[in-house]
Design a protein around this ligand. Structure first.
Ligand SMILES: Nc1ncnc2c1ncn2[C@@H]1O[C@H](COP(=O)(O)OP(=O)(O)OP(=O)(O)O)[C@@H](O)[C@H]1O
Length: 327
């Protein structure tokens, strides 16, 4: 069989238009609900919301949950350094040809051919014209120039198309269109500084991790561990975070990893379970300055052991992983 004809790169990529499942895995607490309500007020008032915070602070999860609460189709876009306006808006992709053969008078055959460029919509155009909720995750990974097209979308509610490919140079933004942005700090690898003009058009809410109660609730719900065990792990990770001894900030994600592995392997959240201690050394030690042979150096190891002993004293017995209970 001959190989398929080469297609424009635009045609090979499809946009992610999501229909979110109700309540999918989001853990709601008083703190998250307060933030959700605050954000919904801005979104319903027509203003985009921007969650800014370090990795693992819950920005993406919160954004997707908010999008779900708006009950509109969701377009998810994840910022990338390779982005340009065309990647956001769309562009001309191939041509459409039409050939008309006219034999009205049998002795005369009139053939007319015409071809016109075909326009392919991308994420922003789809969201703006269909009235979707755009979740633009890590938007500051895209070069600032690529995001310029958002300026008129957010302020004048006009989407300016780069070429008159659809026979128009701009299109009006659907009244139900809403946008939620997330960004990592500028010192994050691959992050660009967002232009002030764009930031000026959004309501920026700083997320620097959740309160203890929310972290415990999320960790327990997502791992299946009892609340007391989840609390011990969260307290240990939060204390490590306060120590500032790390090179990579330990976040809720670190607590979740420890808790899930503990549950899956049936470990006891206890300093006398050597596998649990090794798990903590692996997952927290890797956030310290690199040691030798995949292990933290002696001082850091001692510090972590003390931390584990303090928050997970040797009292509990090994859990039976098959039943999620204690053996
Ligand atoms: N309210 C919540 N309910 C359930 N899980 C949550 C909640 N908040 C955060 N999480 C979980 O915490 C982890 C980190 O959250 P998330 O990925 O949203 O952070 P982020 O700030 O977007 O991180 P990054 O910048 O690295 O993408 C994920 O595993 C996520 O599922």
């Amino acid at each position: 069989m001959p190989p398929p004809p080469p297609r424009d790169a635009l045609e090979n990529e499809s946009e992610t238009t999501l229909q979110l499942r109700a309540g999918a895995e989001f853990v709601s607490t008083d703190a998250t609900e307060a933030l959700v309500q605050r954000s919904l007020r801005y979104l319903e008032g027509g203003y985009p919301v921007h969650f800014r915070g370090p990795a693992g602070s819950g920005k993406t999860t919160l954004s997707l949950h908010l999008a779900e609460r708006l009950e509109r189709p969701v377009v998810l876009l994840v910022g990338d350094d390779s982005f340009d306006t065309r990647r956001l808006v769309g562009g001309e992709s191939g041509t459409r040809s039409r050939r008309v053969v006219d034999r009205y008078i049998t002795s005369v055959t009139k053939v007319e051919s015409e071809s016109e460029p075909m326009w392919l919509d991308r994420a922003l155009t789809v969201a703006c014209t269909e009235g979707c909720t755009l979740v633009y995750d890590e938007f500051n990974r895209a070069p600032p120039a690529a995001n310029n097209v958002l300026l008129t979308v957010l302020e004048e509610r006009m989407l300016v198309l780069p070429k008159a490919g659809r026979g128009e140079t701009y299109t009006r933004v659907h009244p139900e269109f809403r946008a939620i942005f997330t960004s990592n700090p500028v010192d994050h690898v691959g992050a660009h500084e967002a232009q002030n003009a764009l930031l000026d058009r959004m309501v920026t809410l700083d997320l620097d991790g959740f309160d203890r109660g929310t972290e415990v609730a999320v960790t327990a719900a997502r791992s299946g561990l009892p609340l007391a065990d989840a609390a011990a792990i969260v307290d240990m990770v939060r204390d490590f975070r306060r120590s500032r001894e790390y090179t990579q900030r330990p976040t809720l994600r670190a607590s979740l990893m420890i808790a899930r592995m503990t549950a899956v392997q049936g470990l006891a959240v206890s300093a006398d379970d050597p596998d649990f201690v090794q798990l903590c050394l692996d997952l927290l030690g890797s956030r310290l300055k690199p040691g030798v042979g995949g292990q933290p150096d002696a001082r850091h190891r001692q510090m972590l052991i003390k931390l584990i002993e303090h928050f997970c004293p040797p009292t509990t017995t090994r859990r039976d992983a098959r039943f999620g209970g204690v053996a």
